[in-house]
Write a protein of this length. Structure first.
Length: 387
C-alpha cells in the first residue's frame, strides 16, 4: 500500500506526534509498504530544498509551505500538504490530530483512496489557545468525525470521550515505545555538569496545560540538592515561557529543544521524571521515561493514569502542596525510586510494543481499503465499527 501521513511537523523530530509517525512509518516500510510523511520546512535540519527530500529511515518525505505563526502554522501547512496529496497516487491518507483533519473534506474529493485520522488528544482544551482558536478547533473536531473512513485514538479515555461527545465509535490502538539503550552522562556532563541521579526531569512543550508552573512552585521550597531540568520550548515566542523563567531558581536548567544522544542521556540518567500536566490524551514523554526505566511522578489526570498502568506515582493535578510532598517522599527514598527500573521497562515491553501497534494499523489499513484482514490484529485492540 501507498500511505501518506499529514499533520506531522517533520521526521526526524523529537517527541510527540512526529516521533509517533516515524516509529509507525518505518515499521510499515519494513513490511513492504510505501510511506510518505509531509513535513514543515522550518522543522527540517539543513536546507529543505525542493518539495521531495531525501528519505529518512525508509520514509519518503515531502515538504510543503505554510504561513508562520502560532495560529496559522499547522493548519496552513496541512492545507498545502492536502493539495499536494491530491496529485499523488496514495491508497491511504493518515492524518494525525483533530485540528489538521479539518482538510478531510478536501481529501475526500479524490475517489478511491481512504482517510484514516488518529486523535492524539483533545486539542482545543490546551491552555495555549485563545478563545477564538479554541472555538474554531471545537468546531473543526466534528470534521474527522463526519469524513474519516476510520477514526483511531491513542487512549481508552479518548475513545469514551468521542463516544459521549460525538456519538462516534473509534478504534483504540495503544501507542508503542522502543526500549532504548541506557547511555552514561557524557554530553550532559560537559554541557550542564549533570551526572547520574542528580536531577529531576521534564520533557515536553512549554505550554500551560503541561503544568510547569506547579512544578516550579513545588520545587522552589523542596529540600534537595538535585537540580530540575526542563527540556523543550514553545513553538513560538510566548509570555508563558517568560513567566516560567521568572519562577525558576538557580538550580533549574532550561535546555531548550533537544534530540539525539543528548536527549537519550537526559532520560537515561534522570533520578525522577515528573509530568505535572493538567491535560493529556496520552503522554509519549511518560512512555519514553518508562522505557528508560525511570521512576515517574505524574498528575492524576486520566490520561496519565492510563499510560502509567501499575508503574510510577501520582499527585493531585494542580495541587502544589501535594506535588511537593510526593517529590520529597521520592527524593528521600532512593530505593523506592530504583525499584521502578525493571517494572517500568517490562511494562512498556509488553503493553506498548511498536510491533503490536504496527500490526493493528496494518490490519486497519487493509480492512479500510477492502483487503482481507489476515491474522495481524492483536487481541489487545478495541475495535468498534461505525454504524
Amino acid at each position: 500500500m501507498k500511505i501518506a501521513m499529514l499533520g506531522v511537523k517533520a521526521v526526524p523530530c523529537a517527541g510527540g506526534i512526529a516521533a509517533y509517525a516515524e516509529q509507525l512509518g518505518k515499521r510499515l516500510v519494513e513490511r513492504g509498504h510505501e510511506v510518505t510523511v509531509y513535513c514543515r520546512r522550518q522543522y527540517l535540519d539543513g536546507d529543505a530544498g525542493s518539495s521531495a527530500l531525501r528519505p529518512h529511515n525508509g520514509l519518503r518525505r515531502r515538504a510543503t509551505p505554510g504561513l508562520r505563526g502560532k495560529y496559522l502554522d499547522a493548519v496552513t501547512h496541512t492545507f498545502t500538504a492536502a493539495l499536494d496529496s491530491l496529485w499523488q497516487d496514495y491508497d491511504i491518507i493518515h492524518i494525525h490530530g483533530s485540528a489538521p483533519a479539518v482538510v478531510a473534506p478536501l481529501l475526500r474529493l479524490r475517489p478511491g483512496r481512504r482517510l484514516v485520522v488518529t486523535i492524539h488528544g483533545v486539542d482545543w482544551q490546551g491552555g495555549k489557545w485563545g478563545p477564538l482558536a479554541t472555538g474554531g478547533m471545537r468546531i473543526a473536531a466534528n470534521t474527522p468525525v463526519r469524513f474519516a473512513h476510520e477514526l483511531t485514538v491513542v487512549s481508552q479515555g479518548l475513545q469514551q470521550f468521542y463516544r459521549d461527545n460525538f456519538g462516534r465509535e473509534t478504534t483504540y490502538i495503544p501507542t508503542g515505545v522502543e526500549l532504548p539503550e541506557i547511555l552514561p552522562p557524557r554530553e550532559i556532563r560537559d554541557t550542564w555538569n549533570l551526572d547520574t541521579d542528580d536531577y529531576l526531569l521534564f520533557v515536553g512543550r512549554l505550554t500551560p496545560e503541561k503544568g510547569l508552573q506547579y512544578l516550579l512552585s513545588a520545587y522552589e521550597t523542596l529540600d534537595t540538592e538535585k537540580k530540575l531540568v526542563i527540556v523543550g520550548d514553545a513553538n513560538f515566542k510566548d509570555s508563558y515561557v517568560d513567566d516560567l523563567r521568572k519562577l525558576a531558581t538557580d538550580d533549574v536548567i532550561f535546555t531548550g529543544y533537544r534530540k539525539g544522544r543528548t536527549l537519550t542521556e537526559l532520560f537515561s540518567n534522570a533520578y525522577l521524571y515528573v509530568q505535572p500536566s493538567t491535560l493529556e490524551g496520552i503522554s509519549v514523554a511518560v512512555l519514553e521515561a518508562l522505557s528508560y526505566g525511570r521512576c515517574v511522578l505524574a498528575s492524576d489526570i486520566p490520561g496519565n493514569q492510563e499510560v502509567l498502568g501499575e508503574c510510577g506515582h501520582t499527585f493531585q493535578a494542580g495541587n502544589v502542596d501535594d506535588l511537593r510532598r510526593k517529590l520529597a517522599m521520592l527524593v528521600d527514598d532512593p530505593d523506592l525510586v530504583a525499584a521502578q527500573y525493571g517494572a517500568a521497562r517490562d511494562y512498556v515491553r509488553y503493553e506498548h510494543n511498536w510491533e503490536t501497534t504496527t500490526d493493528q494499523f496494518e490490519g486497519l489499513y487493509r480492512r479500510v481499503v477492502g483487503e482481507d484482514l489476515r491474522d495481524v490484529t492483536s487481541k489487545s485492540a478495541v475495535t468498534a465499527k461505525v454504524e
